[in-house]
Design a protein around this ligand. Structure first.
Ligand SMILES: [Zn+2]
Length: 77
């Protein structure tokens, strides 16, 4: 029984420290909304996908489909 009181004190201390460590859960970071680009051919808003994009004089242009990309190419020529 000699060690009971120090043991209880240690347990209380540990519990106290653990309580202190518990912080309010930080609100989860909102994921950045994916920037949508307008398909210049059909006007649809599309997520930026590299395989459906073209580099033009005005910058990158994104398309909803390969069909639109090809149409755009034909229009540019
Ligand atoms: Zn399109």
């Amino acid at each position: 029984m000699k060690y009971l009181i120090p043991l209880i004190l240690v347990i209380l201390l540990i519990r106290h420290l653990l309580k202190k460590k518990k912080r309010k859960p930080t609100p989860a970071m909102k994921p950045e909304p994916e920037e949508l680009k307008q398909d210049p051919v059909c006007g649809a808003y599309v997520a930026q996908e590299r395989d459906l994009s073209l580099r033009t004089e005005d910058g990158m242009v994104y398309f909803c489909s390969k069909g639109c990309m090809e149409k755009f190419r034909e229009l540019k020529q």
